[in-house]
Design a protein around this ligand. Structure first.
Ligand SMILES: Nc1ncnc2c1ncn2[C@@H]1O[C@H](COP(=O)(O)OP(=O)(O)OP(=O)(O)O)[C@@H](O)[C@H]1O
Length: 243
């Protein structure tokens, strides 16, 4: 369990308390500037809260040795430019750094992560030559190569085309089924509604709602937080938001 208790970072997050379960997919949603990225980074142990704590299986993250934390929590920041001109395979290999495993084991994990992100044809290409979406998939593969118990990803789907979005969602759901905790910042409310087990709604640094998607993303909260008069259409798992 990854737990935040009274998480506060001045002007960015205000007393956020939540419990995230391994084996589930959690979506963090909210308008621009709501505090989603800040919360995700704090859950990854990369942002020390002014007050409050984050614990992983009961242990404060601040007490974990950095390497141990990096092994257990894979964190993908919001997509940005990649400064290094590494090959895709080398970048993905960096995901193995927190491990002290054999070269063969590392190579196998890298191979699987590259395959999961359908990057085989690009594996030897330099990052600088990739498109935005290809680069996003390479960065994700690096997180997958770590084989962490938790995957915390900030808008991992934003740069991906529909087919790769679906492939990634299937992959993350499969990992959750095997026990991985998956936490995603997303803007697409339909995606959160259809694919998350648990949704956290933030606005102006405050936790507005949390729970199963049909509760946390009710038309009431969509109106309150996004100031949109919207209606959910369709069946469970295939719902669309009509504006
Ligand atoms: N380094 C920083 N110093 C001061 N304020 C910051 C810093 N980074 C972010 N903020 C502010 O904290 C608030 C929350 O930012 P955050 O990036 O967590 O929002 P977000 O919900 O992820 O937004 P978006 O959807 O635009 O990515 C915003 O008002 C932002 O301007």
């Amino acid at each position: 369990m990854l737990e935040a208790l009274g998480l506060t970072i001045p002007h960015r997050l205000h007393e956020v308390t939540t419990q995230l379960r391994a084996g589930t997919v959690t979506a963090i949603v909210g308008p621009n500037g709501a505090g989603k990225s800040t919360m995700l980074a704090a859950l990854a142990g990369l942002h020390a809260p002014t007050t409050g704590t984050v614990t992983l299986d009961g242990q404060p993250l601040a007490q974990l040795v950095r390497q141990e934390r990096a092994r257990r929590i894979g964190y993908l920041p919001q997509a940005g430019e990649v400064a290094w001109n590494l090959s895709v395979r080398t970048l993905v290999g960096l995901g193995r750094l927190p491990h002290r495993t054999s070269a063969a084991e590392n190579a196998e994990a890298v191979k699987q992560a590259i395959a999961a992100m359908q990057l085989e044809p690009l594996a030897e290409r330099a990052l600088a030559t990739l498109s935005g979406g290809e680069r996003a998939r390479a960065l994700l593969a690096r997180v997958l190569a770590t084989e962490p118990h938790w995957i915390l990803a900030d808008e991992p789907l934003a740069a991906l085309d529909l087919a790769h979005q679906q492939a990634l969602i299937r992959r993350l759901r499969a990992l959750a089924q095997e026990g991985t905790g998956v936490v995603l910042v997303v803007h697409d409310l339909a995606l959160a509604m259809n694919h998350a087990d648990h949704v956290i709604v933030l606005d102006s640094g405050k936790l507005i709602a949390q729970g199963p998607p049909q509760e946390a993303l009710s038309e009431h909260f969509v109106a309150q937080v996004w100031n949109l008069k919207a209606r959910w259409l369709g069946e469970t798992g295939h719902r669309a938001l009509a504006l």
